[in-house]
Design a protein around this ligand. Structure first.
Ligand SMILES: O=C(O)c1ccc[n+]([C@@H]2O[C@H](COP(=O)([O-])O)[C@@H](O)[C@H]2O)c1
Ligand SMILES: Cc1cc2nc[nH]c2cc1C
Length: 357
């Protein structure tokens, strides 16, 4: 099977949400011993989970599995980040040793962390916990032309979908999309601008920490990258957009979302990189976004634009700007709580509580 055929097969496996289960969940919410709507957007989460699972109430989406997709970026050469490229590989080692923030948050949430090398620019020592699916030693510089070939993008998408299917097979009931890649907020800004049509100035941020002068330069690099790649354009398909200005981790995250949707398992999105991956997934299969929950809103400005464009409401807003899946892992207990309400809270009838007059 070619990578293009693999992607087409995953897309064909994505069904719409189960409307009857979602309707039953909304009706059940309204019978629970609380004023109607009192759980705010957690009620929408419970309804969404029922539509995803196709049952009411939905199973509690536990345990969660985090996949951290790691890759490097040719645009690093443009001086868009103060961090050396080696930090991507070094942080992969840190994830594998259990020493990163995502490991601590995942331990708290009872989630596993799987690290997937889709494009790190170094050979990583093989260890049983690292999934080596390297497609290239980093992308080409998007400010000069296409970051990758269409086939590379398709392979990364198919890889992300396979990882999602594997994690579900191993018992995950909720998937979390994380990333690691020095310079990937530049590629994210280019993707967000390409898909939302917003000016690079509005969607480019400070990433892992830059001064005002470097931010101005980064905005110009994003602008040059879009121009060099003929974007934005309605005529360019989403796979081609991620191939031209995205990263291998963005493409893999898009595939991971498609894979979660095909398996009818909820996927919690992290920050601007996962969000940009979701824009790609939406361009390939719009209904895949129905299987997504926005874990948090990142401080990176392109993330708010992304969530608005996708119509997703973030569960947590703590001004995080780390990536790795951290914001999504923090939201996982909230998603589980929303589901648990539907199993355990009494109804007005069962508890003998009088209803509003
Ligand atoms: O998730 C986010 O919204 C986010 C915001 C800022 C930075 N990051 C992380 O920081 C790295 C990229 O930052 P930079 O400045 O090198 O583009 C990459 O590893 C991301 O996971 C992540
Ligand atoms: C130290 C460090 C940790 C990270 N985790 C995700 N992106 C990161 C970027 C840096 C620089």
């Amino acid at each position: 099977m070619t990578p293009a055929e693999a992607v087409a097969r995953i897309v064909a496996a994505i069904d719409p949400l189960d409307e009857a289960a979602a309707r039953a969940a909304r009706e059940h919410q309204d019978r629970l011993t609380k004023p109607r709507g009192a759980l705010g957007s957690l009620e929408d989460v419970a309804v969404r989970l029922a539509g995803i699972a196709g049952t009411c109430p939905a199973p509690i989406p536990h345990p969660a599995a985090v996949a951290v997709f790691a890759a490097d970026h040719g645009v690093h050469a443009q001086g868009v980040t103060p961090w050396p490229q080696e930090v991507t590989a070094q942080m992969v080692a840190n994830f594998l040793a259990g020493g990163a923030v995502v490991n601590a948050f995942a331990n708290q949430a009872g989630a596993t962390v799987t690290v997937v090398d889709v494009g790190v620019a170094a050979d990583l020592p093989p260890t049983p916990r690292l999934v080596n699916r390297k497609i290239a030693y980093g992308t080409a510089d998007l400010s000069q032309g296409p970051a990758m070939t269409r086939e590379q993008a398709e392979r990364a998408i198919a890889t992300g979908a396979e990882i999602a299917a594997d994690l579900v097979r191993y018992g995950a009931r909720c998937l979390i999309a994380g990333d690691m890649g020095i310079a990937n907020t530049t590629a994210s800004a280019a993707l967000v601008s390409a898909f939302t049509g917003r000016d690079p100035e509005l969607v480019t941020g400070r990433g892992a920490g830059i001064d005002d002068a470097t931010l101005r330069h980064k905005i110009e690099v994003v602008r040059r990258g879009l121009e060099a790649n003929g974007l934005p354009s309605e005529e360019v398909p989403a796979i081609e957009v991620v191939a031209r200005v995205g990263g291998l981790e963005h493409a893999a995250i898009a595939g991971f979302i498609l894979g979660a949707a095909a398996a009818r398992v909820p996927v919690i999105l992290d920050g601007v990189i996962a969000g940009a991956g979701a824009l790609v997934a939406a361009g390939i299969a719009p209904r895949a976004i129905d299987y997504c929950l926005a874990g948090h809103r990142s401080a990176e400005p392109g993330h708010a634009a992304t969530l608005e464009h996708l119509g997703l409401r973030p569960l947590v807003d703590l001004e995080l700007r780390l990536g790795e899946g951290t914001g999504a892992v923090l939201a996982h207990p909230l998603v589980c709580a929303a589901a648990r309400v539907m199993h355990e809270v009494a109804t007005f009838d069962s508890a003998g509580v009088s209803e509003k007059e």
